[in-house]
Design a protein around this ligand. Structure first.
Ligand SMILES: CC(C)(COP(=O)(O)OP(=O)(O)OC[C@H]1O[C@@H](n2cnc3c(N)ncnc32)[C@H](O)[C@@H]1OP(=O)(O)O)[C@@H](O)C(=O)NCCC(=O)NCCS
Length: 161
């Protein structure tokens, strides 16, 4: 449950708006499940405050009955925004017949690893040097992450729907 009142979650329907959001963080081509996802194939929800300010967004799509969450960003930590965005994906994906929800993070991002496990996700995949491979198609991906660690590998976590 969102701990701050008045926050609403809504789908992002404008591809150019989504592209602009993604470009600020990750670039407009996302990589997961061994394939590239151009912005046009990415779905998203955003969290909005009562004044229309952006509080966070999640990008995702369904692959083989699994909701693949490409990115999750909360601009106001600890208010339940991340959890609400993931709930919105889970609900939409369940309605479309998905059986699981899968998230991805990188080797350096120990806060996210902790966070997802706290929300009930279990580790299902470790892909050594995956980010190095992804850089061939997405050269903008950062090389240094949390605590100055090199960003190299991806980890995937999953939860049944
Ligand atoms: C990870 C992230 C999405 C969490 O979003 P959030 O809105 O702060 O998370 P929530 O408010 O939904 O948190 C839910 C619970 O997890 C806890 N939590 C949140 N971030 C945490 C962290 N880094 N470590 C430990 N616990 C954390 C919250 O305290 C809360 O616990 P509670 O319900 O017992 O109080 C946010 O910190 C973020 O945007 N990080 C940068 C981008 C990123 O790493 N994304 C994920 C990988 S792509």
């Amino acid at each position: 449950m969102t701990k701050e009142t008045g926050i609403r979650i809504e789908p992002i329907t404008d591809t150019e708006y989504l592209r602009a959001l993604l470009m600020k963080r990750w670039g407009d081509t996302l990589l997961m499940g061994g394939r590239a996802w151009p912005c046009e194939q990415v779905r998203a929800f955003r969290a909005i405050d009562p004044d229309g300010g952006l509080l966070g967004f999640v990008s995702w799509n369904i692959l083989r009955a699994t909701a693949m969450v490409f990115t999750l960003d909360s601009h106001k930590p600890g208010l339940g925004i991340g959890a609400r965005l993931l709930d919105a994906v889970a609900e939409a994906a369940r309605r479309e017949g998905a059986k699981a929800i899968r998230v991805m993070t990188t080797n350096d991002n120990t806060p996210a690893l902790f966070y997802y496990q706290k929300l009930g996700f279990q580790l299902v995949g470790f892909f050594p040097a995956a980010v190095d491979i992804y850089r061939a198609v997405a050269p903008h991906l950062p090389t240094i992450g949390h605590g100055g660690l090199p960003i190299r590998d991806t980890l995937e976590l999953e939860k049944a729907l």
